[in-house]
Design a protein around this ligand. Structure first.
Ligand SMILES: C[S@@+](CC[C@H](N)C(=O)[O-])C[C@H]1O[C@@H](n2cnc3c(N)ncnc32)[C@H](O)[C@@H]1O
Ligand code: SF4
Length: 451
């Protein structure tokens, strides 16, 4: 059987599996965990250990049809300004809940489009966060930037507030693809944005690309990769397009007949990956690339790569505090997600309560499986000794799963005394292999496809 047919027979094109940016994954969070558990877990944090802080800005001026992120369109700034006021109220609630002396090692602004904020609101928000979470000396501040929704004044404001890393959305530069996804973004505008970011002192620049978009073919994607390489990114994320119109209604505007079919999709991902590697970028995990010497590459090389809600990260801080609508906090006791709809989030905060609406309390078994899945997603291996060191004899409860995976996936995995390794040929199956360790996948749950 040809390699691709073997991958297909193991579910490469049919399996609907999570991207494992957390374990358990957000769809299985329960409404029984909410603001009360959130307050208890926050109050119990160790003030000596810096935390990471995530702020979600769920607004965009234009809504791209392909996008599955939690956001809403607005043509005026008034809902955005009033949302910043709500974030300030949430920060005040956190200040009253958290132990004194807690510091922030990392801050990330995501969305939506954080660069919808004008300079005055950028300063107001950054200062409000810092007043509650003073930063450590070596803190890092990263922001998701839509190149069509930013200018020099906004970049200067972010740089003044300490932005060290920027992530720009590109997706694809081809005009026909851009038209088909409702996102027009000329190369010149993107290049100018990159130049402005570099001039403002940004040391690490990430570019987001998506394969599997309507009308994309090898020639078009190849041209996009050439243009992206001209921008000399420090990191690249190459996401497979998740077509989930039952979750993201705006994707109904996407012409499904123009979507590349499974083999084309696979060829697109492979071609783009080959080009980044040929250009000297190091593949990281299942869908990232990084310049040698970049923090993400160093983390991967030294076994410190981690996975969080933004994807791969070199942030090893165990606690992430999420603010804003739909944000998820990762606390030692478990996960708590703020109310997802912006109106519901605002209502909770205005009632003077934390906004946690769903969550999950981690059991010892969850902690073990979470680490095993993270190892597979980050390092393509499950290190038995490392698991035993952290979890003791309990680590052995995974042995039957390891044996099953070894039998089922054949030479796409290699079993040894030290553990389980996903071979180079088996890497496209990583999410499927990781899902074998997931004890929470509910029957019939539909995620995006694995390839
Ligand atoms: C929250 S968006 C923020 C980007 C920013 N607003 C912009 O437009 O440049 C982060 C990234 O998620 C990715 N993304 C969004 N929807 C996706 C989908 N349906 N499938 C795959 N990736 C997607 C895109 O690459 C996007 O740049
Ligand atoms: S890709 Fe960015 S700008 Fe477009 S809808 Fe999604 S978050 Fe908004």
């Amino acid at each position: 059987m040809k390699q691709i047919d073997r991958l297909r027979s193991l579910g490469l094109f049919d399996a609907r599996v999570p991207r494992y940016t957390s374990y358990p994954t957000a769809p299985v969070f329960s409404p029984e965990v909410g603001a009360a558990e959130q307050a208890r877990a926050l109050a119990a944090l160790n003030p000596g250990e810096p935390v990471s802080v995530y702020l979600h800005i769920p607004f965009c001026e234009r809504l791209c049809w392909f996008c599955a992120c939690r956001t809403q369109g607005t043509q005026t700034l008034s809902p955005v300004e009033s949302y910043i006021g709500t974030l300030e109220q949430e920060l005040a609630l956190l200040r009253d809940t958290l132990p004194a002396g807690l510091r922030m090692g990392r801050m990330h602004w995501g969305g939506g489009t954080p660069t919808i904020l004008p300079p005055a609101l950028i300063h107001r928000l950054a200062r409000a966060v810092r007043a509650v979470f003073p930063e450590t000396d070596d803190w890092e501040f990263s922001v998701e930037i839509d190149p069509t929704m930013v200018d020099r004044a906004k970049i200067a404001a972010l740089a003044e507030e300490g932005m060290t890393r920027a992530s720009i959305g590109i997706q694809d530069f081809d005009p026909k693809v851009q038209q088909a996804i409702g996102r027009i973004q000329p190369f010149d505008i993107t290049r100018r944005c990159v130049e402005d970011l570099r001039a403002a002192g940004i040391v690490s620049l990430n570019a987001d690309l998506v394969y599997g978009l309507p009308h994309q073919d090898i020639v078009r994607l190849d041209d996009t990769v050439t243009k992206v390489l001209e921008l000399v990114p420090d990191r690249v994320a190459l996401f497979g397009y998740a077509h989930v119109p039952w979750v993201s209604k705006r994707q109904k505007l996407i012409d499904e007949t123009a979507l590349p079919r499974e083999l084309e999709r696979y060829a697109l991902a492979t071609h783009a990956a080959d080009r980044f590697v040929a250009a000297g970028q190091v593949p990281i995990g299942i869908d990232h690339f990084a310049r040698p010497g970049d923090g993400l590459q160093r983390a991967a090389a030294t076994g410190h790569l981690r996975r969080n809600f933004q994807g791969y990260t070199d942030d090893t801080c165990p606690t992430l505090i999420g603010l804003g609508a739909s944000s998820i906090s990762r606390l030692p006791a478990g996960y708590v997600q703020n109310a997802a709809a912006t109106a519901a989030y605002i209502q909770r905060i205005e009632a003077g309560k934390l906004a946690g609406a769903r969550g999950h309390v981690m059991t010892p078994d969850d902690l073990l499986r979470a680490r095993a899945i993270e190892m597979l997603m980050c390092d393509f291996r499950l290190d038995r000794a490392a698991l035993r060191e952290t979890f003791g004899a309990a680590a052995e409860t995974l042995d039957p799963v390891v044996a099953e995976v070894a039998a089922h996936f054949g030479d796409f995995v290699a079993l040894s005394e030290s553990g389980l390794r996903i071979t180079a040929a088996g890497r496209p199956l990583t999410r499927i292999i990781a899902s074998a360790f997931d004890a929470h996948v509910p029957e019939g749950m539909r995620y995006s496809q694995a390839s």
